[in-house]
Design a protein around this ligand. Sequence first.
Ligand code: ADP
Length: 470
Amino acid sequence: MNIFFVSSEVNPFVKVGGLADVAGALPKALSKLGCSVSVVMPGYRQIDFQGKSPSKFQKVLDVPLGYGNETADVDKLSLMKGLDLYLINNGAYFQRESPYDFPDDKRRFIFFSRASYELARILQPDIIHCNDWHTAIIPGYVRYFWDKEPVGTLFSIHNLAYQGVCDRDMFLYSSLPESAFNPEEVEYYGKFNIMKAGIVYSDMINTVSPTYAEEIKTPEFGCGLDGLLKKRSDALVGILNGIDEDEFNPGNDKYLPIKFTLDTIDKKEDVKKFLLEKLGLSYHKGAPLLSFIGRLWDQKGIDILVQAIPELMDKDVYMIILGTGSEYYHKTLEQMREAYPGKISINLKFDNELAHLIYGGSDFFLMPSKFEPCGLGQMIAMKYGTIPVVRGVGGLKDTVKEGETGFVFFDYTYTALLESIDRALNLYWNDRDGFYNMRKRVMLEDHSWDSSAKKYMELYSKILDLKRGV
Ligand code: ADP
């Protein structure tokens, strides 16, 4: 089966969030299962080619859009047998100081989508697999313009909160037919909603956990699209993400100064000591280390975490926070750093190496998310024997079981968060065997891509059967 997998970020070439992890790992797992996968992403300035050199695949790719013909050129990099990376290059759109966050992002990703669609016409895959709003318009192009052998489309929702809503002039730029601008298709209260195109026109839709697939059909989590998602519920499924075990493995993690496995689990304490000292906190035995890694936005529950910190700091615990996000939380956390010297380490940056060390050296990993499509942090933490404390929403609910593989709270309040942390600390201080048993249990959980990749294969087959009218 030939899969054309389109994503705005792909690990390890460019990573901003969890989407890159998925776009890096799932295609690899699919190609190991025998698929031939073409991964397509923009040719950003920030790409780290990992020492390899891409070759020119297409010197001039015509990209027909609303304001006339534009062009891209396409590079290709072979990653392994059955797995190629294609880069859509256009200097004006992608040679900038960061991958996202420009006023013309909608235009940039409409361009990327149309260029990817034109590349798909050349490669003629069996399935075009699109991810999040950046690529959601591609199934619309397929619906209206595809002129080759039938192709199936899958749209994956990694985060419904970002929908690419923009003015009608971007719809005109997209070059979808005028008739598509109606509330049944891509219009959204007079605006153009790019995410809607993915939901309306794809053969099948999936989200990244079974619970989130249910949640988004409700007003609380549906971000205004719950009605449409309910309407398409026959075509909507949830498949849990996995983690890339080549990258996240305490037994051979290049960033850990001391490696450990289930059999040498005691060495985890040495990683903790190394980590604390690296961050200027002096280690003493018996004080657990609680950590948080993630975007500093309300989605991640940073507001209730900040409220809980003063009470937490009264206890004999350490805390490490790594993340970037809103200016407000940067300032608030800087104040926490001043208030609790020697107990809390605040790291306001994106730092992959430090993230690995934190996963490796922590005792507990906090994810108090308001909503969480899947969440990778809790699964990565488990792989390193770090016990998750999470809010029971979305993929967190699907991956963490209270008292067995972590601690779960439900009310979105700092008091509920503190209560779940107290249960965790009680285990740590008062039931050492129970704590070590849980630590071992979480390490044994299978969050590899193997089983999820098989589910994607089944979904692709189902789509092809639908196309063939089987
Ligand atoms: P998101 O909603 O951001 O996609 P996920 O939990 O699905 O959240 O994935 C986030 C990924 O990004 C994880 O691999 C996490 O370790 C990583 N990450 C988040 N913030 C940082 C940071 N500041 N430094 C390093 N890695 C980070």
